[in-house]
Design a protein around this ligand. Structure first.
Ligand code: NAP
Length: 245
């Protein structure tokens, strides 16, 4: 596919769900993928399935050093970085009144600081080479208020505001860095696994089971954004099940 083949693409959150599927689809289209997550055995198995066009590093997005090591791996193995898909995220859920402060801070560390660390690691190269593409996974929860998921919703609004502002800076600085924000609706992945058992969790699981999309719906959106000619910036893509409001 135009503009995908031979691109070097870093993917965080590649050990399951959206990241894993996106890595497979991009590799099928000739991209070289560099996979990041904490579960090394999952990365190893995905990389061996993809073959020589994959590399992986056990890495935690909440660590800037890990993200720098990831970029170094991409450059050592494939010579450059063209695209980063900052996708890792967690969604433990729960009302604010439950005071699950550790969960709140975990979402800040992964969903917010994880994206910042990923950008900090890759931006020096993108600025120097005067090209690059940053794709982030927000959520429908980043477009509206979501009771029962306030902190998660806040982290996904942050991602949107961050990338919108960064896009304007890039235009002003003439760095040619493209940016895409993906807003998925219900996608059948492991995301719900970290929600503590409750009546709400059961309802959400039932909804996902009945109407949730497969992860390839998002992988295809990422491919669409990357495959556009360099002068086209696909800024925002919302993908939701037709039965999700
Ligand atoms: N599924 C949905 O309905 C939906 C909807 C809207 C937005 N999203 C967003 O989509 C993104 C991907 O989630 P998913 O649905 O594919 O769920 P998933 O299957 O649970 O995938 C989450 C990924 O993030 C990784 N991750 C979590 N914490 C990490 C950390 N500290 N460092 C590095 N990697 C970490 C996980 O790998 P390890 O555990 O191996 O580290 C895993 O690969 C998330 O940002 C999520 O918020 C999902």
């Amino acid at each position: 596919m135009e503009n995908v083949k031979d691109k070097v693409i870093i993917i965080t959150g590649a050990s399951s769900g959206i990241g894993e599927e996106t890595a497979k689809v991009l590799a099928e289209k000739g991209a070289k993928v560099v996979l990041s997550a904490r579960r090394e055995e999952k990365l190893e198995s995905l990389a061996s399935e993809i073959g020589e066009n994959a590399a992986y590093l056990k890495s935690d997005v909440s660590s800037l050093e890990d993200m720098k090591d990831l970029v170094k791996l991409a450059k050592d193995k494939f010579g450059k970085v063209d695209v980063v898909f900052a996708n890792a995220g967690i969604m433990p859920g729960g009302n604010m009144s439950e005071l699950k402060v550790d969960d709140w801070m975990g979402m800040v560390d992964i969903n917010i600081k994880g994206v910042l660390n990923t950008m900090a690691a890759v931006l020096p190269d993108f600025i120097q080479q005067k090209s690059g593409h940053i794709i982030v996974t927000s959520s429908i929860a980043g477009t509206k208020s979501v009771p029962g998921n306030a902190v998660y919703s806040g982290t996904k609004h942050f991602v949107r505001a961050l990338i919108d502002s960064f896009r304007s800076e890039s235009v002003m600085e003439d760095t040619n860095i493209r940016t895409t924000i993906i807003y998925p609706g219900a996608i059948k992945t492991e995301l719900l696994n970290t929600i503590a058992p409750s009546e709400t969790k059961s309802m959400v699981e039932e909804f996902y089971k009945n109407v949730g999309l497969e992860a390839d719906a998002i992988a295809n959106a990422v491919v669409y954004a990357i495959s556009q000619p360099d002068n086209i910036d696909v800024s925002d893509i919302i993908v939701r099940p037709s039965k999700e409001s």
